[in-house]
Design a protein around this ligand. Structure first.
Ligand SMILES: [Fe+2]
Length: 249
């Protein structure tokens, strides 16, 4: 399997490129609209064609590139069935593997950050979206977020995976790239080291985070699989314009 971890600096999002070298087909997990040209260039450079895009959830901090990639190269759109997006070509459900020419992902419903959130397991790697971040987790105060549900998603489902499973999150804000289930079970300050549900509830209720600055534009845009709002204020325009990336990108 071909695997690339791609970083989008404005929202500190990781996009994952999975490719099968026998069939030449690729999937992008959580592509970002402002980085789609960079992602497509990487896919072409590797001699792959983009078959599907797959989002972990309806993002509040960036616009997915799913729809624009479909327009550009004919890729199809997979998204959690829970969210009932009319623009999706396929609704992902737990217990039903998502298979694309040589790649098979196991979808894991991990509600709590959003109610429709999914993680995806593939060959010893788990793409955890915003359910489990490296020494952190997504916030639970918007989009039907629920701290109790996220606690159960992580401790009952993700922490039940083999210890050596590599954890690839949807974001990192401190230049970290990858963790493992064993490491998060030990080191995650919110959910690891035997934190109780009561302790976790308390932590999440006292984060005092600011209102997400892009959420009112991102969520409606992402419910349409990635439409940039026409009324975007100047200070947010960069979320919808193509980013120039360094060669290491
Ligand atoms: Fe999110």
């Amino acid at each position: 399997m071909i695997f690339r971890q791609l970083f989008e600096p404005l929202s500190s999002t990781y996009t994952y490129l999975l490719g099968d070298d026998r069939t030449g087909k690729a999937i992008l997990i959580d592509p970002v609209i402002s980085s789609m040209e960079r992602d497509l260039a990487e896919i072409r450079r590797l001699g792959l064609t983009l078959a599907w895009t797959l989002d972990t959830h309806i993002h509040a901090d960036h616009i997915t590139a799913a729809l624009e990639l479909k327009r550009a190269v004919g890729s199809r759109i997979a998204a959690p069935a829970f969210d009932r997006l009319p623009c999706a070509d396929l609704g992902i459900e737990e217990g039903r593997p998502f298979s694309v020419d040589g790649l098979e992902l196991q979808p894991i419903h991990t509600p709590g950050h959003t109610d429709g959130h999914f993680a995806y397991l593939l060959d010893g790697r788990v793409f955890t979206g915003d359910a489990l971040l490296i020494e952190g987790c997504g916030r639970t105060d918007f989009q039907n977020g629920d701290a109790d549900a996220l606690y159960r998603s992580v401790t009952d489902k993700l922490f039940a995976l083999p210890d050596e499973t590599l954890v690839y999150p949807a974001h990192d804000y401190k230049d970290r790239f990858v963790s493992s289930i064993a490491q998060e079970k030990k080191r995650n300050p919110r959910l690891g080291n035997g934190r109780s549900l009561e302790e976790y509830r308390d932590i999440m209720a006292n984060l005092n985070l600011p209102y997400p600055k892009f959420i009112d534009h991102a969520v409606p845009g992402n419910r349409q699989c990635g439409v940039c709002p026409p009324d975007l204020p100047q200070n947010l325009a960069q979320y919808c314009s193509q980013m120039t990336h360094s060669p290491q990108g």
